[in-house]
Design a protein around this ligand. Structure first.
Ligand SMILES: Nc1nc2c(ncn2[C@@H]2O[C@H](COP(=O)(O)OP(=O)(O)OP(=O)(O)O)[C@@H](O)[C@H]2O)c(=O)[nH]1
Ligand SMILES: [Mg+2]
Length: 1127
């Protein structure tokens, strides 16, 4: 097939029924890009010979070198299926975990996906993740089982064994889909019941709870992958072949005279051919017969490989070639590598592109088939319900479903990422092949100019040489172009442009996008309801910029067709297509929604599976180049969906990435493209968490601790007291209750730190998004606003509360959940502030669940306290943000406030303007109220006068400490820190899980590396049908750098692990442990720092942050010298 012309593609873009937007998803190295090559070759963009070797869509140099994809890239292909012509907008995605955010950006723009699975490795962790991602975005998948050649050549399976193996893989994939489906059905059923319950009042008493309901009714057969459904292709992308059973059904229906429909149903499954009776029978396995699939399909392929590759039987090959009716060129059959001949035969016999593309056209939905469910999901952000959106917004749903390109529908575009291209590579700046006339014309011009130049001085001639030299000559371009190149270069030199241009990777959901059109850019927090109130009716984006929050206007400077490494400029793009948009870099950071209608809501944010965890500090080699670095980092931030760039309080420029490989790519990009300077990066900054634990029973040397420990704490506190840390404002009692008074002695808080059970911490951690929503709801309730939250959010919150209640059982935790005051840090972290103050009542954090219920009338004291409620919360937030061990965030700590007094003058300071009678009848009035209640905090000292000051020294001195709320924050923070220190403290390390596939020979070495790096093997199993072992292990992030490389080296590349962030784990050793007995001294040395991993980590963090580190650098220098006798 020849090269598809641009005009053809433009024409196809207008017919959404024949458009397929799809991406290729898989675990790393399962052959996505190789498969994409075969599809690209079918359009003549690359040669068929190079397909599979070129990896055309891996256009970056580092992608080619490392052999993995790092960025998703799109290409538009044309395919004729029967009498219909299709436009396929294909996106290749990376499979490495570090780049899973690129997968999210690709999946959002598609309606379908090709999921590729390696026939040997089967379902891998990332396969499950991509299936889930496809599911979450409601896009339909089809399956390609790739690398079947490995079953023949590497595993040397017989065709029968291969069949069993393939069946297993299908089962595995379907099991993943099944789980996703079941959970969704159950969720939906629960939701439906809830609604019914609400509508019908109460449930009837005798209703039986039927847990299977819903599952049976729901038809899920279309979801599963099965060759007879036509949604599975078996392929070897590298050898260029692939087939679905449809193809074989056609072949054999002609040859054997069996109906195609019959073959379609029987080619896959437990059927066999009874040659005598000329019948297809069931029960091949039971009768020990060859299944049809083996006999009619696999055997052919196996014997072809046998003849061509294994035995190199020329005669047989010739026979096969003639029987298949394919043409083989002489140079292919003479080639020393038999694989060349093989792929020459196979790619004509069973071209993989045909099998895959016809499956795509038949089985994947077009943009017109978008479901209402998916539209609602896209349009309702966060906790909001779709039906609470303004009417005009809800009407837009129709525009999505119609996917119309008429002039009067609103334009809706979603930008899922921004990517940078070299400005020189833009079509505007690139030469196109010239027409003959133009060439002639230019030649004349050039000749003339050349003559002029010759006459000019020597320098001009030199310039000329240089310029012609630096233009990269393009292959196959007609003569005379070099002059054109020269021209364009001189032109560009005259106006220095940005070297990188950002293009938005986007899709049109409705309307026609035209070059130069003006649209609204809707920020993620944009609220259409608010905007519709503020904007005049029929407001359009071409009017001047309105003053609406999170709304701006921009124009589409240029729009492009994405063609892999190239871009083609277009004038307009109709609905249903993927496109590139230029000129948005000022308006869009990473993703955005664009529309001509202000009623359009911003789309739900992308689901990112990766957690950015690896951070490094970056600085330029030459300090003077700082501005360049800052600019470069800004560009990098925009160009990568997942990388984060921030400036820490310390002034360091920090880059946060998803993993080691991602980090490497970001640094390369920064160095070579965005900053173009030498940079140095710090060692990865490893995050830790600080926590407290229940008093342990044994110490470092496994000795019973018993009472000894308590003694240690008291000892520690005494020490602190002697150092002056425990002053008269601080009191720590032996049970760990810390009481702290503000410097002005007006307020006192008593706090105790309690370790949260592990499951609670984990629950809080996974529910952080929900807690954040809860906090937002509470905030708006406090402001007196009413937020419409969706039923599912309310339900999720109720469920969270229920789970917390069931986890926090026992005497110690009685009524805890109701008493939760706040979560922290940042108001949604995994620590709890608990209200254990007797008689103090405040609205519960769960108040959104019981709206309308009045909080019990509190006493007067409580009202005073209520005013300072926020200070306590702020103090708690600060304390949990950075702990006392090494200023890392806390995790899994509950701070229970057991007492809290504020003397009323403090309160009156705050309420200076409203004189309250309640103050005077306060229980804790110890000081005279009248005087201070009239004074403002600032002028307090002056107004109270010298005589009063003499009488009440406490109060007057109090005033110089500033506002009470501020003091209370500081006091609360300090109290929390002391309470924390009064318990056994521990560090928590971030852990990765990894799954390593290794053969038996290298298993030992894998264990060796894991052991050295403090990894722990969770389980090990043998992969059925192969000699591979799958080892699942956890490994501290701190020990993970270079892990993948080391494993790869030690096993000669046979095992390559992928690290995924999993959880936080308490490091069992106590960083503050010091040896106390003689034996321990001998064993651990005086400071016990050799074996203490926690201490090592803690000191490393402290050193990095410039905190005080207690360590001796040289110990017993003299002694050491005398030890070595040789000197
Ligand atoms: N034997 C065999 N090898 C294959 C086949 N398809 C791809 N490969 C090889 O598998 C390796 C990975 O192929 P890629 O296409 O880069 O894999 P990918 O899925 O794009 O990898 P990422 O993009 O990094 O996730 C390459 O070395 C290919 O040559 C196949 O059908 N058979
Ligand atoms: Mg790839």
């Amino acid at each position: 097939m020849g090269h598809t012309s641009l005009d053809k593609i433009i024409a196809l873009q207008r017919n959404p029924a024949n458009i397929r937007n799809l991406c290729i998803l898989a675990h790393v190295d399962h052959g996505k890009t190789t498969l994409a090559d075969c599809l690209v070759a079918s359009n003549g963009i690359i040669s068929g010979r190079l397909a599979g070797k070129l990896r055309y869509l891996d256009s970056r140099e580092d992608e080619q070198i490392r052999g993995i994809t790092m960025k998703s890239s799109a290409i538009s292909l044309h395919y004729r299926n029967g009498d219909q012509e299709y436009l396929l907008n294909l996106i290749d995605s990376p499979g490495h975990v570090d780049f899973s955010s690129e997968v999210s950006t690709a999946v959002r723009l598609c309606d379908g996906a090709i999921v590729v699975v390696d026939a040997v490795e089967g379902v891998c962790p990332q396969t499950q993740v991509v299936l889930r991602q496809a599911w979450l975005e409601n896009i339909r998948p089809v399956l390609v089982i790739n690398k079947i050649d490995r079953l023949i050549m590497e595993l040397k399976l017989t065709s029968q064994e291969a069949y069993t193996h393939l069946q297993k893989i299908l089962e595995q994939v379907n099991a993943v889909t099944g789980t996703l489906f079941t959970s969704k059905v159950l969720e939906e059923r629960a939701e439906k019941e809830k609604i019914e319950e609400r509508e019908s009042g109460t449930l009837s008493g005798d209703q039986v709870y039927d847990w299977s309901a819903g599952l049976e009714e729901a038809d899920d057969s279309h979801l599963y992958f099965s060759p007879d459904q036509g949604n599975v292709v078996f392929a070897s992308a590298i050898d260029g072949w692939g087939f679905s059973i449809q193809q074989f059904a056609h072949i054999y229906s002609q040859r054997m005279g069996i109906k195609t429909e019959v073959l379609l149903k029987t080619l896959w499954g437990d059927f066999y051919l009874n040659a005598k009776a000329k019948k297809i029978m069931k029960g091949a396995q039971a009768k020990g017969k060859k299944p049809l699939f083996v006999q009619l399909v696999l055997d052919n392929i196996w014997s072809l490989y046998d003849a061509v590759v294994t035995r190199r039987d020329k005669e047989k090959v010739e026979k096969v070639v003639t029987s298949l009716g394919v043409k083989v060129m002489a140079r292919d059959s003479r080639h020393s590598d038999p694989k060349v001949l093989l792929s020459a035969i196979c790619s004509q016999w069973l071209p993989v592109s045909q099998a895959v593309l016809s499956m795509v056209c038949e089985k994947l939905p077009s943009p017109l088939d978008m479901t209402a469910e998916r539209v609602e999901k896209l349009m309702s952000v966060g906790a909001r319900r779709f039906d609470t959106l303004p009417q005009q917004t809800q009407e837009l749903k129709r525009a999505f479903l119609q996917c119309s390109s008429s002039e009067n529908v609103p334009v809706i575009i979603f930008v899922s990422k921004m990517f940078a291209v070299d400005t020189k590579a833009l079509p505007q700046n690139r030469q196109r092949p010239l027409t003959q006339e133009e060439i002639a014309q230019r030649r004349e011009l050039a000749k003339q100019r050349h003559a002029d130049r010759m006459a000019a001085d020597q320098r001009a001639a030199e310039n000329h040489k240089e310029l012609t030299h630096s233009g990269t000559p393009q292959e196959g371009q007609p003569a005379g172009v070099s002059t054109a190149q020269m021209e364009s270069l001189t032109l560009k030199d005259s106006k220095p442009a940005e070297e990188e241009t950002f293009i938005a990777f986007a899709r049109v959901y409705s309307g026609v996008v035209k070059k130069g059109q003006r649209v609204f850019v809707l920020g993620p927090k944009y609220d259409p309801a608010q905007a519709l109130n503020m904007l005049p009716e029929k407001y359009s984006a071409s009017d001047c910029v309105p003053e609406v929050p999170h709304l701006s206007c921009c124009s589409m400077e240029s729009i492009y067709l994405l063609m892999g490494r190239e871009l083609e400029e277009l004038e307009e793009v109709p609905a249903g297509n993927v496109l590139g948009v230029g000129g948005l870099e000022e308006y869009v950071l990473k993703s955005a929604t664009l529309s001509t209608s202000p009623a359009c809501p911003p789309f739900t944010p992308l689901n990112f599976e990766a957690t950015a965890i690896v951070r490094v500090a970056i600085e330029p080699k030459h300090p003077s180049e700082m501005p360049k670095l800052v600019r470069g980092m800004r560009l990098l931030n925009q160009a990568d969906p997942c990388a984060e760039v921030l400036i820490q309080e310390t002034g360091e420029h920090v880059l946060v990435t998803a993993g080691e490989v991602h980090l490497q790519r970001c640094l390369d990009d920064l160095r070579d493209r965005f900053a173009k300077i030498e940079i140095s990066a710090s060692k990865p900054i490893i995050p830790f968490r600080e926590t407290v634990i229940r008093p342990p029973k044994v110490d470092m040397v496994n000795e019973e601790l018993g009472k000894q420990h308590k003694v240690a704490i008291i000892h520690q506190m005494k020490e602190e007291a002697s150092q002056g840390r425990s002053s008269d404002t601080l009191h720590v009692d032996p049970s760990g209750l810390v009481t702290l008074t503000t410097p002005n002695r007006l307020a006192t808080v008593s706090v105790r730190a309690i370790p949260l059970p592990q499951e609670v911490t984990r629950l809080l951690e996974i529910s952080s998004e929900l807690i954040r929503t809860l906090e937002q709801v509470n905030m708006s309730l406090r402001e007196g606003k009413n937020l419409d939250i969706s039923l599912s959010t309310v339900e999720a919150i109720t469920e969270l509360k229920g789970q917390l209640e069931s986890l926090l059982q026992g005497r110690k935790w009685r009524n805890t959940v109701e008493r939760i005051w706040a979560f922290g840090p940042r108001r949604y972290g995994p620590n709890i502030l608990l209200n254990s103050v007797e008689g103090y009542q405040r609205p519960s954090v769960w108040q959104c669940l019981s709206r309308g219920d009045k909080v019990g009338e509190a006493g007067a004291q409580a009202t005073v306290l209520r005013d300072f409620d926020n200070s306590i919360v702020s103090g708690f937030q600060l304390a949990t943000l950075s702990g006392p061990m090494c200023e890392e965030p806390l995790m899994g700590v509950c701070f229970s406030i057991e007492r809290w007094d504020i003397q009323s003058s403090a309160a009156s300071q705050k309420q200076d303007s409203m004189e309250k009678d309640s103050i005077s009848n306060e229980a804790v009035v110890e000081i005279k109220v009248e005087g201070s209640s009239e004074t403002t905090p600032q002028a307090g000292g002056i107004a109270s006068g010298p005589s009063q000051a003499r009488r009440r020294p406490d109060v007057s001195s109090a005033d110089c400490y500033g506002p009470v709320s501020g003091q209370l924050i500081a006091a609360m923070k300090e109290a929390c820190r002391h309470a924390f220190q009064a318990q056994p403290q521990r560090l928590m390390a971030a852990m990765y899980t990894c799954e390593i596939m290794a053969t038996a020979e290298v298993l030992g070495r894998v264990y060796g590396v894991l052991g050295k790096r403090e990894g722990r093997v969770l389980h090990e199993e043998m992969k059925e049908g192969t000699d591979m072992f799958i080892i699942k292990a956890v490994l501290p992030v701190a020990e993970s750098f270079g892990f993948a490389d080391e494993i790869r080296k030690r096993t000669s590349g046979l095992a390559s692990p992928q690290l995924v962030f999993s959880h936080w784990e308490v490091i069992s050793s106590d960083p503050y442990w010091v040896p106390t007995t003689e034996e321990e001294y001998l064993h651990f040395g005086e400071k016990a720092d050799s074996a203490n991993q926690a201490l090592k980590y803690m000191n490393a963090v402290r050193r990095r942050k410039g905190l005080y580190v207690e360590e001796k650098i040289v110990e017993h220098a003299e002694k050491q010298r005398t030890l070595s006798k040789n000197k």
